[in-house]
Design a protein around this ligand. Structure first.
Ligand code: ATP
Length: 858
């Protein structure tokens, strides 16, 4: 295999047929894409749809049911009575159910795949001499990558240039210390992977510095590709709720099985035909065991997550949807999230505005890969003053730099000019002024007195209390070339930059507070800038206090946990402080959502309950550490996502309540029928049909329901409170009893008034199905469904209509009625069915009215 760590840059470029100054041409890229394929890891082969279909039958009760149907089929044939309808119908219903299952699974899978694509990484490459930001999948060998801190490396590369480059290769080499990289070395052929300083590896993260590099391998032809099969896991992790429901489903399943066994045994004692009893018991088990619960929950989560992605919130990790609904604190960055990130220079404090802006613009990076709104604003102001950045860059060639980072809060560049060397620093005043010994007075540098220092600080304070971001600038001239020296600098001035709050921020903050969630602003900016913006959007008032980074630095974790409730604004923080804040909040039992964009924010994003990274300004590393990406970097989107999280949880609750109460109703009907000494109120086929018509469609329709209008008026749900808190089990059992009682009543009326057992079964069959379809509407709101708008969920209305059409057809079309063992009903029969079927609406309205008093404490 070709290795590159033992080659020079030139040799590597030649071997890979590329030009390090201009990169590949577009034609060449096309050819290479065709030849090498996309820069993607090949995922494990997906199960094909047929296997998925077969898997639907991999259920103990279904196997028993099908075996029983097969026995019945064979005995019918052997006895020559040729009545094979029952087994055929059972098979048809089971197949239909399996098809529904496959469709549901496929749908969930598709939505999850679409989500994966939405959050796929990008890479900055040099092609045809231009810098382009492209999807990482389109990178080819020979491409020149432009890399900076926070990037996830898109492919294996040989470095061409490097500037203080460090990477985190722990995922590949196991080495937890950052690896220092150096383009200039050429290594021995047998150098260990972890020691290849001139190589960077695909999917590792860049923790600091900058570099350019030639891509040497893509896709499966990378170090990570070689171990891809070990790393790739296309199983979607189950959320805690799914796991819990799967557990509940299992327990209920065992209970249902037990009841079915009792039904079967009691049936035998009552001398009911054993084979019929067996079929009824098994069908009941198939119908009543809530094996579909986790699948329904996945679909609901997937549907919700798709809906969120259309509203700029891409959830990377399904369990966080559940957590979102419980968020009690949202810690948000200021710049770009609460403000527009549309920065404009509005004021200066200096003796020489032109010189200030010229120097400051020389100390800016503003290429395709690193767009910083702060620097764009400075460059726009420089343009207004007649400076062209590219001309300045040619005249004052940059020979060294220390990039901006939010811990140092300043950036330093060193330039070569005709007279010698110029070092320029721009950054936050507290991090710049201590380096200065002189001040430029418009003509020359003079010593910086404590009086002029005080004046500078007071000007800075004026600008910050107007909500401006302030950049201080200083410089020094040297005649000889040295390493960057940041001491004895000459202060030249302050630049005030305005960044107005987002229009929707105030309203979102208000909504956030109404929902019992505490908004917290965390910013690298000055305390007064932060306070001024926080006041404008309602996070702070006149009594609010700000905690600054230097206090955070000193205070212990315990002290912070004790006092953190007094502060909603944290200013001049560094990313490591964010971690401290998350810990303190979590120690107080809060569920914390935290935003972040830089590479150093990654630990805090992982530690928070919901890490939210920025889609526009966020680094790949921050994105990959987060649970959710905000594609518009907007605070309002977090609030939207919390609302969605709450509403998904409430919809899941609706569907679970519906499914369980319906299933309990089915079991009770058959159980009581047999216990009362009657024959089974429903036959096997009828039970399977009821299950088919009433289960999936209404449940999924409930998953698409709009939430109660007061969903954001309540405090966050405590994550300790499970799905079944606040008496949900009692409600479910009550509703199950109600449905069972109505079906039994229908059975008795049918059997005694409308002429016999078949009429009884027909009416029980109709009432059991239709009352469940009607009962689904009860789930729409915790309050009166008439107030919430009974027909507001079109999917539910559709599932009712289609269910009704199917049910009425089965009963009224003689051929179908014959197959299903029912008889057409007369007008009176239908009236009774209708009255009994709408009863759940009336009864549950009453029950809600009563329990609103019992559970009012919420
Ligand atoms: P927020 O956390 O609200 O998003 P931020 O992350 O933008 O704020 P930092 O980027 O840490 O905050 O900026 C802190 C300070 O650093 C600013 O107040 C400004 O003075 C200075 N600063 C910001 N950007 C630059 C830059 N590109 N070069 C030099 N100094 C900068």
């Amino acid at each position: 295999m070709q290795t590159y760590h033992n080659k020079t840059v030139q040799q590597t470029a030649e071997l890979l047929g590329t030009d390090i100054k201009t990169g590949l041409t577009h034609d060449e890229v096309k050819k290479r894409l065709h030849h090498y394929g996309k820069n993607e890891l090949i995922e494990k082969k997906k199960k094909n749809i047929f296997i998925k279909f077969l898997e639907q039958f991999n259920d103990f009760m279904i196997i028993i049911l099908l075996s029983a149907a097969a026995v019945s089929f064979i005995t019918s044939i052997m006895q020559g009575d040729a009545d094979i309808t029952e087994p055929v119908i059972i098979l048809a219903i089971v197949i239909l159910n399996a098809l529904l299952g496959v469709i549901q699974e496929k749908r969930a899978e598709k939505s999850l795949e679409a989500l994966k694509k939405l959050s796929s990484p990008h890479a900055c490459v040099l092609r045809n001499g231009n810098e382009l930001n492209i999807p990482a999948a389109n990178v080819v060998p020979g491409d020149i990558l432009i890399i900076s801190a926070g990037d996830l490396v898109a492919a294996d590369c040989r470095l061409v240039t490097s500037n203080n480059l460090t990477t985190d290769e722990s995922s590949l080499t196991g080495e937890s210390v950052n690896a220092e990289k150096d383009a200039s070395v050429v290594l021995e052929e047998f150098t260990a992977l972890g020691d290849r300083k001139n190589i960077i590896l695909s999917s590792t993260s860049v923790t600091g510095g900058k570099a350019t590099a030639i891509v040497t391998g893509t896709g499966m032809n990378t170090e990570v590709g070689h171990i891809a099969n070990m790393l790739l896991d296309d199983e979607t992790p189950q959320t805690p709720l799914q796991l819990k429901l799967a557990d509940t489903g299992k327990t209920l399943g065992i209970a249902a099985l037990f009841v079915c066994l009792v039904i079967f045994i009691v049936g035998l004692f009552r001398h009911l035909p054993p084979f019929d009893m067996f079929m009824t018991a098994v069908s009941l088990a198939v119908a009543a065991i809530p094996e579909g619960l986790p699948a329904i929950v996945t679909i609901m989560l997937a549907i919700g997550v798709m809906r969120m992605s259309k509203h700029n919130a891409i959830v990377r990790n399904l369990p966080s949807v559940e957590t979102l609904g419980s968020a009690s604190v949202i810690c948000s960055d200021k710049t770009g999230t609460l403000t527009q990130n549309k920065m404009t220079v509005t004021s200066f404090y200096t003796y020489d505005e032109k010189k200030l802006i010229r120097l400051c613009s020389m100390c800016c990076d503003c290429d395709e890969g690193h767009k910083s709104p702060t620097e764009s604003a400075i460059l726009a102001a420089a343009k207004k003053h007649g400076f062209d950045k590219s001309v300045l860059d040619k005249k004052y060639r940059r020979i060294a730099e220390i990039p901006f980072d939010s811990t140092r809060k300043r950036m330093t560049t060193m330039h070569r000019d005709i007279k010698g060397y110029k070092t320029i620093i721009k950054g936050a005043l507290e991090f710049v002024l201590p380096l200065c010994t002189d001040i430029y007075n418009g003509q020359k540098a003079i010593p910086l007195t404590s009086q002029s220092k005080r004046k500078i600080i007071s000007e800075n304070s004026k600008m910050t209390s107007d909500g401006l971001r302030v950049i201080a600038v200083c410089y020094r001239d040297d005649y000889t070339k040295t390493a960057i020296n940041e001491n004895n600098m000459v202060f030249i001035g302050l630049i005030g930059i305005e960044d107005p709050p987002r229009k929707e921020a105030k309203q979102s903050v208000e909504l956030c507070k109404r929902a019992g969630i505490r908004p917290i602003m965390i910013t690298g900016d000055h305390a007064e800038t932060a306070l001024s913006v926080a006041k404008k959007i309602g996070i702070a008032d006149d009594n609010s206090k700000v905690m600054t980074g230097d206090i955070l630095e000193k205070i212990s974790d315990n002290e912070l946990a004790l006092t953190i409730n007094q502060y909603n604004i944290f200013a001049r923080v560094t990313p490591s402080h964010k971690m401290k804040i998350v810990k303190a909040l979590k120690a107080n039992g809060e569920i914390v959502a935290m935003t972040g964009d830089g590479v150093n924010d990654a630990p805090a994003l992982s530690a928070a309950d919901i890490g939210c990274s920025m889609g526009i300004t966020g680094t790949d590393v921050a994105k990959s550490a987060s649970d959710m990406v905000l594609t518009d970097d907007n605070f309002a989107t977090i609030i939207y996502a919390v609302r969605e999280g709450r509403s998904i949880f409430s919809n899941i609750k609706k569907a679970v309540q519906f499914l369980l109460s319906s299933n309990i109703g089915e079991i009770l009907t058959v159980f009581s029928g047999i216990m009362f000494g009657w024959s089974s109120p429903l036959t096997a086929i009828q039970l399977l049909w009821v299950n088919l018509v009433t289960d999936s469609l209404p449940a999924i329709s409930l998953g698409l329901d709009t939430p109660d209008s007061d969903i954001m008026d309540k405090p966050p749900r405590s994550p300790k409170k499970g799905l079944f808190a606040d008496g949900l089990w009692l409600t479910i059992i009550f509703e199950g009893l109600m449905i069972g009682a109505l079906a039994l009543l229908a059975f008795t009326i049918g059997a005694n008034i409308f002429g016999g057992i078949t009429a009884g079964r027909t009416m029980a069959f109709a009432v059991l199905s239709i009352s469940q379809l009607v009962h689904a509407f009860n789930m729409r709101s915790e309050h009166s469904v008439f107030k919430a708008g009974i027909f507001k969920n079109p999917y539910l209305v559709l599932s009712l209509i289609s269910g009704l059409i199917l049910e009425v057809s089965v009963i009224s079309v003689p051929y179908l009625a014959n197959i299903f063992g029912v008889i057409p009903l007369n007008a009176m029969g239908w009236i009774v069915v209708t009255v009994l079927s709408v009863m759940p609406l009336i009864i549950v309205e009453l029950q809600k009215f009563v329990s609103s008093f019992v559970w009012r404490k919420d």
